[in-house]
Design a protein around this ligand. Sequence first.
Ligand code: FES
Length: 167
Amino acid sequence: MCNSSNENIRKFQKVCEILEFYDYDKSKLIPILQAVQDEYRYLPEEIMVLIASSLDISPAKVYGVATFFSHFALEPKGKYVIKVCDGTACHVKNSEPIIKEIRLQLNLTPEKPTTPDMMFTLETVSCLGACGLAPVVVINEVVHSLMTPKKIAKEINKIMESEVEYA
Ligand code: FES
C-alpha cells in the first residue's frame, strides 16, 4: 500500500498521489493507468504491481487491462513519439518513404523503435481518421498533414535543435 514506509514505494510518490486522487477505487483502474502513463510515459511493471496491491486486485488483472488497450505502453517510450499513419490512404500517398526517412535519421529499426537517449520513438498506426490530410504524422499530440520525407527530416531537426537549446 502507498502508506507503507518502504523505500521503494517512496520512489513512486506520484503513483500514490494518483491512487489517492481516485480514492483507491478499483472501478477507476483505467483512468488510474491513464494518469500513471501520462506521468511516466509508460506503465512500468513494478508500478502495475503497486497499483494492484493498492487496489486489492491481482497484478494479472491490471496487466490484462494494460495489454487490452493498445493505447497503454508497457515499454518506455521516447520524449517525442512520432506516429506515422500507415492506413490505406496514407500508404497510397507514400507513408512508407516517411517511415524510412525517420529510421534513417534516428538510426531506428522495427525491432528498435526508440532511440537510446529516450528522445524519440517511432510508431506506425492505422488510419488516424484524417485521410484527407494524408500522409499524416502525429508528433506527440501535434498533427502534421501532407507529410513528406523532407518535411519530417526538418521536423526532427527542429526538435533536436530545441533540445540542444534547452539542454
Ligand atoms: S489512412 Fe492515414 S489518416 Fe486515414
